[in-house]
Design a protein. Sequence first.
Length: 168
Amino acid sequence: MNSMTFALLYFTPMIVILIVSILGAFYPNPLITAISGTDNLDTVNSQDGVIENSETKKGLEIRPNKNIFRPGETVIITARNNGAEPLTFSDASLGLLIENIKTKESFGLISAQVLTSLEPGQSTSLEWDQHGLDGSQAKAGEYKVSVTTIPDQNSPPLSTNSYFRIKK
């Protein structure tokens, strides 16, 4: 083996570790997670590091009261903890985010900025009047509604979403 091949084989792992360490300082959310075992079907949203899988989604469920709404009609969104552990959210509206899929316009609810928990089996309903904070009516289209828990010492954040339509 010549000295160039030896140097390449010897230093490449160290260089990779150095690069990953440097990138970690600029990207604090994990972009890669380990997958262990054959039954672990976790996928990672590379944008925010939120782990989503069919097992954890069963623990957090969100759904609108129906699939199609007329403009101005109140949208009732129910979140339910179907898991065995309490879930904690960043605010009283569970960090709820409503986004128009086509325009990417997003809507939130004004709520108390207090940590809010959903105990196992507990559900809560939130109402949205289809208006933005400026009072304008949301446009007709497909919408995605989502909630995300905050992490604790034992688990990463959980995220789930559902869809509905505002139709003229």
